[in-house]
Design a protein around this ligand. Structure first.
Ligand code: DQA
Length: 146
């Protein structure tokens, strides 16, 4: 396990961040998020690696890989937040801290977005802070890892 490496995992449609519904998700891209988080990680004495997949099973496998390679996981499971027992089970098999991020305020949106399987596992949840939520989660991760 890499004691200072944080994996930032992103679910379906987040590859379109910056282009998809910018009034909800903003104009920053996932590459911008990767760059900002990598720079902040240096300040915090951490390292980040950001991944995205549109496929549930691939996200499960990303979490399995994090078991070997990451000290903590920051995850925005996107729509799978609200549906995926498989992602919850995979996170339950990960030993380090897990933080859940949503760019939008899911509680202000449709009721099907109010329930999160991943929240049953996450140490903390950030929603509605835009892409800044990833940076705030990274700062919290630095505290949790000491
Ligand atoms: C999201 C919120 C989800 O409800 C939605 O399906 C997404 C993105 C967010 O970051 O606000 O794709 O996780």
């Amino acid at each position: 396990m890499h004691s200072r490496t944080i994996h930032i995992l992103n679910g379906p449609n987040l590859n379109l961040l910056g282009k998809r519904e910018p009034e909800i998700y903003g104009r920053d891209t996932l590459e911008d998020v990767a760059r900002t988080c990598a720079a902040l990680a240096v300040e915090l004495g951490l390292e980040t690696a950001l991944y995205q997949s549109n496929h549930e099973g691939e996200i499960v496998e990303m979490i399995h890989r994090a078991r070997e390679a990451a000290a903590g996981i920051i995850i925005n499971p996107a729509a799978y937040t609200h549906t995926s027992v498989a992602i919850l089970d995979a996170l339950n098999a990960f030993e380090g801290p897990v933080l859940e991020v949503h760019i939008s305020n899911v509680h202000k949106r449709e009721s099907f977005r109010h329930h999160s399987y991943v929240s049953l596992r996450a140490e903390g949840v950030i929603a509605g802070f835009g892409v800044q939520g990833y940076e705030l989660a990274l700062r919290r991760m630095a505290v949790l890892l000491g």
